[in-house]
Design a protein around this ligand. Structure first.
Ligand code: FAD
Ligand code: DHB
Length: 445
């Protein structure tokens, strides 16, 4: 067990030589983006937290996953002092390419959204920045703990039980944040009759590779093709990230490097003869696709955030960004509670977060449905082409994609005195009703 604790901490009361406090204000399960950012935001609001993580620091900091950060995520990381390396090493993109029928079509994200953009910066780099920030600030992250369980979260005395150094211990807290991902322990701890789960499985998966190569394109390419979907992304001037649709029962061993490059070239081919020079592949993995939403996201003193509460298929690049949006709301609500004793914002956490979650679920399902091959369904294929042509040629169609892709604004409380949120759907690219619409509205009320 490796416990990392900075002895200068003023947030937590150390007990003897054990260096873990007896109690904390918010006990957090999971040191992914949700748990780490929550702890960071709470610290900035003067609220103590302890994070429990079942994996080692090395594993947590090296798991390769997301790459696309929405504008709101980037702004939040910058505003809270953890964006320095992202600004130096991340790459800002102002558009993406849709490729279908052998043609390329640019969606100018920034032009369509008042200057908003995405940043390519790997999830594990965000994690490294957050771990460092927490430890530098004296935060407590207990890596490598086992048998974590959450208890009494339906009472006023919740606690987290865990095994450490061969003994079982408990940490009392005011609240518990379940940030332990889709396979964690927090969600299943809620009695089945108290939760509703919405699930959709897709009949395909993604084959993801990392390759040493110069960038294949200046912007991300989302390609629809009769052989299946493919996606060209990037990590740095030297490392490229690519994905292609595959059978969920396929195996990594079935794909030699040569077969992968041939498949990608076939799916990405254009009428003007676009070619990709194969790079050196150093990582291959098959990634399942599903949609999942848990309702509600709060049970007594337990608040679920990130993948613990919802999953999207990766086509819209929303998962990490949703985790960030959840904990932004949660940290703001905790700050209000500890400053004033009012629970108004906390009580709205679930409903407000679910508003954004369902918007992102729809967008991710829509992107997935528009771009992937559905076997033996020529009708679906024609619908996809019709939709892609609309997005490629209509400003309204392209704006729908762009404003969802760069991300809706993060929610903010309406005023300091009113515990009401201004939610993500309050106006991504604000518009006014035409006067005739307004009069229709008036006569209807
Ligand atoms: P996680 O990252 O899963 O973190 C949960 C943590 O909890 C883990 O460290 C885990 O070890 C720990 N844990 C689990 N169980 C326990 C336990 N019992 N006790 C203690 N600790 C526990 N999202 C985007 O926004 N943009 C993208 O471009 C994007 N691309 C993706 C590409 C791929 C291939 C994949 C797989 C995902 C992608 N995502 C993307 C999704 C994104 O990676 C996830 O949504 C994100 O990791 C969710 O963060 P989280 O903190 O909620 O959960
Ligand atoms: C990446 C992942 C995604 O899910 C996506 O839609 C775009 C890019 C990436 O890992 O770079």
């Amino acid at each position: 067990m490796v416990l990392i604790k900075n002895s200068r901490s003023r947030e937590t009361e150390a007990i003897g030589s054990n260096a873990l406090p007896k109690r904390t204000q918010v006990g957090i399960v999971g040191a992914g983006p949700a748990g780490l950012l929550l702890s960071h935001l709470l610290h900035r609001a003067g609220i103590g937290s302890v994070i429990f993580e079942s994996r080692s620091r090395r594993e947590v900091e090296s798991t390769l996953r997301a790459g696309v950060l929405e504008q709101g995520t980037v702004d939040l990381l910058n505003e809270t002092g953890v964006g320095e390396r992202m600004r130096q090493e991340g790459c800002v993109h102002h558009g993406i390419e849709l490729r279908f029928d052998g043609q390329r079509h640019r969606v100018p994200l920034s032009d369509l959204t008042g200057g908003r953009a995405i940043t390519l910066y790997a999830q594990h780099e965000v994690i490294r920045d957050l771990v460092k920030a927490r430890l530098d600030a004296g935060g407590t992250i207990a890596f490598d703990v086992s048998n974590v369980s959450i208890r009494d979260f339906d009472s006023t005395k919740p606690c987290i039980r865990f095994d450490r150094g061969g003994t079982t211990r408990e940490l009392a807290c005011d609240f518990i944040a379940g940030c332990d991902g889709f396979h964690g322990t927090c969600r299943p701890s809620v009695p089945a009759q108290s939760r509703t789960e919405y699930v959709r499985h897709y009949p395909f998966a993604w084959f993801g590779i990392l390759a040493k190569a110069p960038p294949f394109a200046p912007e991300l390419i989302y390609a629809h093709h009769a052989r299946g979907f493919s996606l060209v992304s990037t990590r740095s001037p030297e490392i490229q990230r690519l994905y292609f649709q595959c059978d969920p029962n396929d195996a990594v061993e079935n794909w030699t490097d040569e077969r992968i490059w041939n498949e990608l070239q076939a799916r990405l081919t254009t009428d003007d003869g676009w070619e990709m020079a194969p790079g050196s592949i150093f990582q291959k993995a098959i990634i399942a696709m599903r949609s999942f939403v848990l309702e509600p996201m709060q049970f007594g003193a337990l608040f679920l955030a990130g993948d613990a509460a919802h999953i999207v298929p990766p086509t819209g690049a929303k998962g990490l960004n949703l985790a960030v949006a959840d904990v932004h709301v949660l940290a703001t609500a905790f700050a209000e509670y500890y400053a004033s004793g009012r629970k108004g914002l906390l009580d709205q956490y679930s409903a407000l977060s679910l508003e954004r979650v369902w918007r992102a679920e729809h967008f991710s399902w829509w992107m997935t449905s528009m771009l992937h091959r559905f076997d033996d369904d020529p009708f679906q294929n024609q619908l996809q082409i019709a939709q892609l042509k609309y997005v490629a040629t209509s400003r309204a169609g392209a704006t729908t994609l762009a404003e969802n892709y760069v991300g809706l604004p993060l929610a903010t409380p309406v005023s300091d005195r009113t515990p009401i949120w201004r939610g993500p759907c309050a106006g991504a690219t604000p518009h006014r009703l035409h006067s005739s619409d307004a009069s229709l509205n008036r006569s209807a009320t």
